[in-house]
Design a protein around this ligand. Structure first.
Ligand SMILES: Nc1ncnc2c1ncn2[C@@H]1O[C@H](COP(=O)(O)OP(=O)(O)OP(=O)(O)O)[C@@H](O)[C@H]1O
Length: 615
């Protein structure tokens, strides 16, 4: 095996990492998944073995679909659970099986698509990461010192106050973004750092700069670094202590680049002059599917190199490993629940308060609707001729509050889930604190919008000139809007993407409208659908509002009607809206909100499940 020579190559003095992890070693990792027809399988990893020591940077290389990400994710314990799949082999730290309870504290993973809060600055992003990932035993000062150290190490000082930004609002550059994504993981002080394509999307100068920084940090901190990479330039290749060459899940080489070149030459594949070794490796080990002949020839080359490598390390025909790797989802959280909640709430609030365009759009929409509805439904208070108009208004405000709250909030959870899944995989915080912090941060805006909408309209539309009735109206609208938000959270947690939510959300609201008691007399609907009224928040709010406005109200007959006066109660009973009482309606909506939130949380937990954890 190449181990001996590699030991000799590794002469840099290493300071040692925080957890004392000297080495990660994997033996005979085999990962098989169900594929195609029933009973058929595909081997994504075939007896992969290797190791990385502290201070070393090792690159996994291979063509597209070679299994690079699969190997990286397997080692990082991030293989998603899949029915019928099988993962076998050993992953050892310092020769011992990994301890699942501290694994997430030891390693960090930098994903390819660096998803971050776009309205936070570089410094804030790293500070929140430090607050969430570093243990509560560290003081705030120590955490800030860590952030500063990382900013300096990653050369981010020049942009520490710049916002992350996105395609709509320019922020930091692509290279800086990559550095921040790495920094977010480095603040946690990992002993092992996994990186998925850290140079993707960067020009070669930027790519080299980042890799040099990673190499230096690995040596300085005694960190173990393992990454996937596509065709690095020669200078980058020189930074790697070892490379793993994969093809079709098979290991064709594990060792230094130079020894790989010797090995390939010995087996009939010398490096052509003036060729980048990484281009050369990929040319040799990638299946060429352009013609059947080319495919056959390249498959034969891969098989030959695989066999040659296995013969070299002496494990060819080794018995199939017997240890089955288990799923384990135990975590050790760096912070207590309330601390996580406080940090997440502060991050959400800061991000939201800076989302000027969304806030302006939301308040602008409310302002516009107040003016429009004020004109459309305007009348004198208690005007007997305006009964229809008031009924229309009360129904309309319920619909409006439902749509205007559900639509923007329905995509909140799918977005939060994407970030949460990543941070949860890194063992940062619990689903419950994430879910509740998001909910609490959304409440002020929903309440503000509802108050801005309902307060002026109550008087503009000429509802009863009575303070108790006014405050009851406000209470019903506030509870209604927050129930609508809970519904949005429930749907948003259940759907796979925001786009699906944008379809399911309006559909649900339309169905709830239909059974709200205004468009049809609920008492006369077939029992098959009648139950929908019991989960329709609009139904209860509308009932409450109608009772609040018309019960006990004396109305004068107008036009050709026979009577002189009649009670508003008649209107309420005409639509079968007298039961339950208005305050009970409020309570029911609070109950519905609680039910939606609990259901939403269950969905959120399920749809953001942790990855497969390996012992
Ligand atoms: N769960 C799965 N079920 C079936 N096939 C899978 C599954 N996961 C991955 N694969 C397949 O396994 C192969 C290796 O995937 P992997 O993502 O590891 O490749 P990669 O080398 O990282 O490729 P790229 O460089 O294109 O990202 C691919 O052919 C992929 O389609």
């Amino acid at each position: 095996m190449t181990e001996k020579s590699d030991k000799a190559e590794h002469t840099v003095l290493i300071s040692g990492n925080k957890s004392g992890t000297n080495e990660i070693r994997w033996k005979n990792l085999t990962y098989i998944v169900p594929y195609g027809k029933k009973g058929e399988t595909k081997t994504l990893l075939d007896n992969a073995s290797g190791y990385v020591r502290q201070g070393q940077v090792v690159a996994i290389m291979g063509g597209s679909g070679a299994g690079k990400s699969t190997l990286l994710n397997t080692l990082a314990g991030r293989i998603a659970e899949q029915k019928g799949s099988e993962l076998r082999g050993d992953i050892l730290l310092n020769g011992e099986p990994r301890n699942p309870s501290n694994w997430t504290n030891i390693c960090s993973y930098v994903e390819q698509d660096d998803l971050m809060f776009t309205n936070l600055s570089v410094e804030e992003t790293l500070t929140y990461a430090a607050k969430l990932r570093l243990p509560s035993s560290m003081s705030s000062k120590q955490k800030l010192d860590k952030v500063n150290e990382v900013i300096m190490q990653l050369n981010l000082n020049g942009c520490r106050k710049t916002w992350i930004g996105d395609s709509l609002r320019r922020g930091i550059s692509g290279g800086e973004r990559k550095r921040v994504a790495i920094g977010v993981e480095l603040v946690a002080n990992p002993s092992i750092l996994f990186l998925d394509e850290p140079t993707s999307g960067l020009d070669s100068a930027n790519a080299l700069g980042i890799l040099e920084t990673i190499k230096k940090i690995a040596v300085d901190r005694g960190m173990i670094v393992l990454m996937t990479i596509h065709q690095p330039r020669t200078e980058i290749l020189d930074l790697f202590d070892k490379v793993i060459l994969l093809s079709l899940g098979k290991t064709l080489w594990f060792g230094s680049t130079n020894s790989a070149l010797d090995h390939f030459e010995r087996h009939g594949h010398p490096l052509p002059p003036k060729t980048n070794p990484s281009d050369f490796f990929l040319d040799v080990i990638t299946i060429d599917r352009r013609t059947p002949e080319a495919e056959k020839a390249s498959s034969a080359t891969i098989d030959k190199l695989h066999k040659a490598y296995n013969e070299k390390i002496g494990s060819y025909n080794s018995p199939f490993p017997s240890q089955l790797l288990h799923i384990d989802s135990r975590y050790v959280w760096p912070l207590a629940w309330h601390q996580e909640f406080a940090v997440l709430l502060s991050r959400n609030m800061k991000d939201f308060s800076r989302n000027g365009a969304a806030i302006k759009a939301s308040l602008g929409q409310t302002f516009f609707l107040v003016i429009l509805m004020g004109f459309v439904f305007f009348q004198e208070a208690n005007d007997p001729a305006g009964v229809q108009s008031r009924i229309g208004f009360l129904f309309f405000i319920c619909i409006n509050q439902t749509f205007s709250v559900v639509m923007p909030n329905i995509s909140v959870l799918p977005t939060v889930r994407t970030i949460f899944k990543r941070e949860r995989a890194a063992g940062c915080y619990r689903a419950s604190s994430c879910y509740l912090a998001k909910l609490v941060s959304s409440i002020p805006m929903v309440c503000l919008n509802s108050l801005m909408m309902s307060t002026p309209l109550y008087w503009m539309v000429g509802l009863q000139n009575n303070v108790t009735r006014f405050f009851t109206f406000i209470l019903i609208i506030l509870v209604h809007s927050n129930t609508a938000m809970s519904l949005a959270y429930c749907i948003g947690s259940a759907v796979p993407t925001a786009q699906v939510g944008q379809i399911i959300g309006p559909l649900t609201v339309i169905i709830f409208n239909l059974f709200a008691g205004q468009l049809v007399n609920i008492g006369k609907i077939t029992w098959v659908f009648r139950w929908i009224q019991y989960i329709s928040l609009i139904s209860f709010s509308y009932k409450g509002l109608m009772q609040n406005e018309f019960k006990g109200l004396e109305l004068q007959c107008t036009g050709q009607m026979q009577c002189q006066t009649y009670m508003g109660d008649v209107i309420v009973s005409q639509y079968s809206l007298e039961e339950p009482s208005k305050y009970f309606c409020v309570l029911i909506n609070v109950g519905l909100a609680t039910m939606f939130l609990i259901l939403g949380y269950v969905f959120f937990q399920r749809t953001s499940r942790p990855m497969m954890r390996l012992k």
